[in-house]
Design a protein around this ligand. Structure first.
Ligand code: FES
Length: 105
């Protein structure tokens, strides 16, 4: 799968991410800005907040209750908000697009 990251500075970065890894992994491994991932992906820090593009939403399952609880307290949260560490890429995910908010710095 490929993840297209729309970065806070307006640039776009397209990354091949192996199936089984998350949208957070693809960002962290390539040192992209905006996804801090303080907790390392255990769904407890919410510093991996992204906006999932609506065309890509169907690729992933619904947010778990745990994820929704964390998102609730974030600034700038929108209906398409997700935690990138919970977005696991399946082999047939294709290309997914996320916007990375700058408020996570
Ligand atoms: Fe901490 Fe996603 S990396 S909640």
């Amino acid at each position: 799968p490929t993840v297209v990251y729309q970065l806070p500075d307006g640039s776009t970065s397209s990354v091949d991410v192996p199936a089984g890894q998350t949208v957070m992994d693809g960002s962290v491994r390539n040192n992209l800005p905006g996804i801090v991932a303080e907790c390392g992906g255990s769904c407890s820090c919410a510093t991996c907040h992204v906006y999932l593009h609506e065309d890509s939403a169907a690729v992933f399952g619904e947010a778990t209750a745990e994820e929704r609880d964390l998102l609730e307290f974030l600034e700038g949260v929108q209906p398409c908000s997700r935690l990138a560490c919970q977005l696991v890429l399946s082999p047939d995910a294709g290309t997914v697009t996320v916007a990375v908010p700058s408020s996570d710095y």
